[in-house]
Write a protein that binds this ligand. Structure first.
Ligand SMILES: Nc1ncnc2c1ncn2[C@@H]1O[C@H](COP(=O)(O)OP(=O)(O)OP(=O)(O)O)[C@@H](O)[C@H]1O
Ligand SMILES: [Mg+2]
Length: 349
């Protein structure tokens, strides 16, 4: 039941009048006419007094607060001014509304702070990563200009080193562009029916010499599989498998074995890339998909890694409505797994 200030004032006025009249009726010499006059004036007097007191002290103040809130264009309040004025306890109601609002705003502020922190760290990481190859190339070129170019052997070696640094810079910038495109949703996926077995064989061919240099053997399981058709973006999925196999070669053990396993499930193929390398400790496992995260920074730098590969892999698979998972055992090896849906019948028609 809701009370307006008028109803409250009326009930209070009746109460005050009744008490006054009852008391007066016990006073000797008071006539009925006198009781009537006192009753009527008491009723009106107390009614207006109570009404204005409640109205001015409580409801008008509340209305004022509400108007201020509306001026601030706070849409988060879901109570109307009318319902607020009519409510039994407008101050309590307003208070609960405000505390809900403050909690919501606090969450937004926390989120913004987190994003700001993330942005700052990202900027610091990017500048650091850019600085390294630029400084290296700059160093080699300046040394050459300062006279080292006279020796043809040194000239050749330093130019090669400078070119290698600039190649690294180029790869880094390309990875950054891909990452920002995928995150902004600008990167249009081109879904088509592709044979994942065939793509893996192509990637093995490309990475063959790198694998050989570490004595690593590359294998596809099951051996007798002819093809595995999935619906995916060919170029992007190649990028995913390339990075996973490349990581397994770089961070796996020397003379080790890498197996890409393609398993047929009910509606999808499950693809795993497994190595028998040193494995990843649990405290790093959850973080390796973060941008620029490398477990052994000096070792990754030697191998030319920037720590963007797995962040890109994660985003590409998200865009395929898939997820990458990883399991690893120290000194036993690491296994990355993801799923891709079967090829579309309609597309193949
Ligand atoms: N198979 C693996 N075994 C052990 N550690 C791994 C493996 N794969 C990835 N890691 C660790 O995870 C880190 C992140 O991998 P990611 O592919 O994102 O970066 P990267 O290979 O160092 O650089 P990029 O891929 O950009 O060239 C690596 O630096 C490495 O420390
Ligand atoms: Mg990598």
């Amino acid at each position: 039941m809701s009370f307006s200030p008028r109803t409250i004032a009326f009930f209070l006025a009746v109460l005050i009048t009744t008490i006054t009249v009852v008391f007066l009726s016990f006073v000797p010499g008071v006539t009925a006419a006198m009781l009537f006059v006192v009753g009527v004036s008491c009723l009106f007097g107390s009614f207006f007094f109570v009404f204005y007191t409640i109205d001015i002290l409580v409801f008008r103040e509340v209305e004022q607060i509400y108007k201020t809130i509306q001026k601030m264009k706070i849409r988060d309040f879901d109570i109307s001014r009318k319902s607020l004025i009519r409510s039994v306890n407008p101050i309590k109601r307003l208070n609960s509304e405000i505390s809900t609002y403050v909690t919501r705003k606090q969450q937004e502020i926390d989120e913004l702070k987190k994003m700001e922190q993330f942005r700052r760290e990202f900027l610091a990481d990017v500048s650091h990563e850019l600085k390294t190859p630029i400084f290296a190339a700059q160093g080699f070129i300046h040394t050459l200009l300062d006279g080292a170019k006279e020796d043809p052997k040194v000239l050749d070696r330093f130019l090669n080193k400078a070119a290698k640094s600039l190649d690294g810079l180029d790869a880094l910038v390309r990875d950054l562009v891909t990452l920002s495109q995928v995150e902004k949703g600008d990167l249009k996926m081109h879904f088509e029916n592709i044979d994942i077995k065939h793509i893996t064989e192509d990637i093995f061919e490309q990475l063959e010499s790198k694998a050989q240099s570490r004595g690593v053997t590359l294998k596809i399981k099951p051996k007798d599989m002819q093809s595995a058709w999935v619906l995916a973006d060919k170029q992007r999925i190649s990028q995913v498998i390339t990075n996973l196999v490349d990581n397994a070669i770089k961070y796996g053990k020397e003379n080790g074995k890498i197996i890409v396993e393609i398993e047929e499930e009910k509606k999808y193929y499950q693809i795993s890339v497994e190595d028998d390398g040193p494995g990843i400790a649990p405290e790093h496992l959850a973080r390796i998909f973060e941008r620029f995260y490398r477990i052994d920074k000096s070792r990754s730098r030697e191998t030319g890694g920037t720590g963007l590969g797995l962040a890109i892999v994660k985003h590409i698979l998200n865009a395929h409505h898939s997820k990458i998972s990883v399991t690893s055992k120290i000194d036993k090896g690491t296994r990355f797994t993801f799923k891709l849906p079967f090829a579309s019948q309609e597309l193949s028609r």
